[in-house]
Design a binder for this molecule. Sequence first.
Ligand code: ZN
Length: 254
Amino acid sequence: MIALDLQAFERGTLAAPHGFSPRSGGVSGAPFASLNLGASVGDAAPAVAENRRRVRAAFGVPEARWMTASQVHGAQVLVAGRDPVGAEGDALVADDPTWALAISAADCLPVLLLDVRTGAVGAAHAGWRGAVAGVVGATLEVMAARYGTAAADVRAWLGPAIRGACYQVGPEVVDAAIAAGAPEDAVRPDRGAAGRWRFDVPALVRAQLIAAGVPAEGVATSATCTHCAADRCFSHRRDAGRTGRHWAVLRPPG
Ligand SMILES: [Zn+2]
């Protein structure tokens, strides 16, 4: 059995098992080469199953304890152990360390949250639509209601995502971003294209977390742009929709 080394996952500094899956180390062929974890992108099912097996083994969590969602760019939060695995939603929470949370992405921002006081965790899928819809605030609210999480105790890692320099959007997106609290550095006019903007979703989410009470020094952001890092990352925009998916994984500390 071939295993994946956890060292191959990009990680932040959260004091809990977590990581963003690498692009390599799997069995899928182009354009999904090689560690595609998306089951509905056109890749062969046996290849995806083997790739997922490798990721599960790297974290040492059996298949039945992986909480995932059918992501729809909304703000619905699913609770591990209460809601069905794979139900519709864009964020997951847990406080039981036998669970692993997995968010699927290939440009959209994965947001991993750890309550350092209670050990509860949350994971959100925040593309621009989800971020504007308030998925990150909704995740914090569910963690507060279920686990007693106080935002001051939350540490966050914003994983690899398409960054502002590579993410051109139109005015309708900019209006929504500003209404959702985007700071000045998150939306800039594109000097090369009239009426177009460059939108940095991680900058918006960072501002949303801080506005919700998460300490600024507790929010770390990956330096990886999925669009730039073709050797390490799938990118939906760069690859015109025909590409694989990563998992951003987080477990409550045991
Ligand atoms: Zn880039």
